[in-house]
Write a protein that binds this ligand. Structure first.
Ligand SMILES: [Mg+2]
Length: 385
């Protein structure tokens, strides 16, 4: 019967001199962790690696005081045949004595452990995670070539405003076709100018998305939508407060722009409310729940099931986070694609050197698990945990 022998966690800085419409990232941290088992391959114990997604800081307290001790003391976390771990049983063990609702940031802490558990599950099967997922949950259909877009376009100081063009050109040179930029951190007039400058680089509106980071009230969001409609943009992200579904519905009804949201919803239940009350359209809008921020893949699978029951396909989902875990979910579960943060939040958004990025798609390798060992910058941090 496989068992977990050790879990080590550390807080890692991903500080970056950037800001969106609401926060700056100059003190941003994440929690990175390694889980060890009693299984060995090639004389070494099989390890799983995980980390929290960006934007919510490290979760050391919740990990050390609640999640890790519960998992280490759990008795029944193996699969039926005893040869692998069962992430669903692990999830139940970690959520023991947690009240329902009020998800706070325990969903972020649990998400990091869940990532490491799935890395382990796939390594124990000696296969890439996306193949394990497609066999278990998508009738074996998978596509290791994943559509990605470059998320950036943050605000630069006035003296360096030309860097916006440099940044966007850089993404296209790297092999991206689609990019995203921030809005709402300046006036509408200034943002229009910034959008037009980026459109001059990417060429076509459907290759550019904009992200307001939940900054606007309904009327400002609608004013922006009216001003941006002519550009034919890919999507308008988080126009209003993340839990203000009435305001979102107002924006949706006032505009034809596709809307994307969900990165700050941390449970299946919250996502259910979005679908019930947000007025979104399953044919044109996008959902960005990030499994690493919202109780992991175990909860994300519940969310996909809920979405399906409400007429939404996995093909409308583009997770936030820019981590390789999201790439495996996209490849193995038939998601629309995944976010990428080239050059930001390093090293956790880096791809492995073998992963080719071409024509807006990145190809996963056959490395077992998630494949963080193949990304030297990430592995250097994770193995130090
Ligand atoms: Mg966003």
């Amino acid at each position: 019967m496989v068992s977990i022998t050790d879990i080590r966690e550390q807080t890692v800085s991903i500080a970056s001199p950037i800001r969106n419409a609401v926060i700056d990232f100059s003190k941003m941290t994440i929690s990175a962790l390694v889980i060890e088992t009693d299984l060995k391959r090639g004389g070494k114990s099989i390890k799983g690696y995980g980390f929290t997604s960006n934007g919510r800081y490290g979760q050391s307290g919740i990990l050390r005081e609640r999640m890790i001790p519960r998992l280490l003391s759990a008795h029944d976390i193996a699969s039926e045949d005893g040869r692998n771990l069962d992430p669903f049983k692990c999830w139940q063990a970690m959520m023991a004595n947690e009240k329902p609702g009020g998800h706070g940031e325990r969903s972020v802490a649990l998400g990091a452990i869940d990532m490491a558990l799935w890395d382990l599950v796939a390594k124990i099967e000696d296969r890439p995670l996306y193949q394990v997922l497609s066999d278990r949950y998508a009738e074996g259909r998978s596509n290791p070539s994943v559509r990605v877009y470059a998320a950036g376009g943050y605000y630069y100081p006035d003296s360096a405003s030309h860097l916006l063009e440099t940044e966007m050109r850089g993404y296209l040179d790297m092999g991206f076709r689609e990019v995203k930029m921030k809005i709402g951190g300046a006036s509408l007039d200034e943002d229009r100018v910034r959008i037009e400058r980026v459109l001059n680089i990417v060429g076509d509106g459907n290759r550019l998305a904009v992200d307001a980071n939940a900054r606007f009230d309904a009327q400002t969001a609608i004013d922006y939508a009216e001003a941006m409609t002519e550009y034919g943009l890919r999507w308008y992200e988080e126009p209003v407060g993340v839990l203000d579904f009435e305001a979102l519905k107002e924006v949706r009804q006032a505009s034809t722009m596709p809307i994307a949201t969900g990165e700050n919803l941390f449970s299946c239940e919250d996502s259910l409310n979005l679908i019930r009350y947000g007025g979104l359209d399953a044919r044109v809008d996008f959902l960005q729940m990030d499994p690493a921020l919202s109780y992991g893949l175990v909860e994300y699978l519940r969310t996909l099931e809920m979405l399906s029951a409400h007429g939404w396909s996995a093909g409308r989902c583009v997770p936030h986070g820019g981590h390789q875990f999201g790439l495996h979910l996209a490849a193995g579960l038939g998601l629309f694609g995944n976010e990428a943060y080239p050059g930001v939040f390093e090293p956790f958004g880096c791809f492995a050197p073998e992963m080719q990025l071409e024509n807006g798609r990145v190809r996963l390798t056959d490395a077992p698990g998630i494949g963080y060992e193949a990304v030297p910058e990430i592995h250097a941090v994770l193995k130090g945990a």
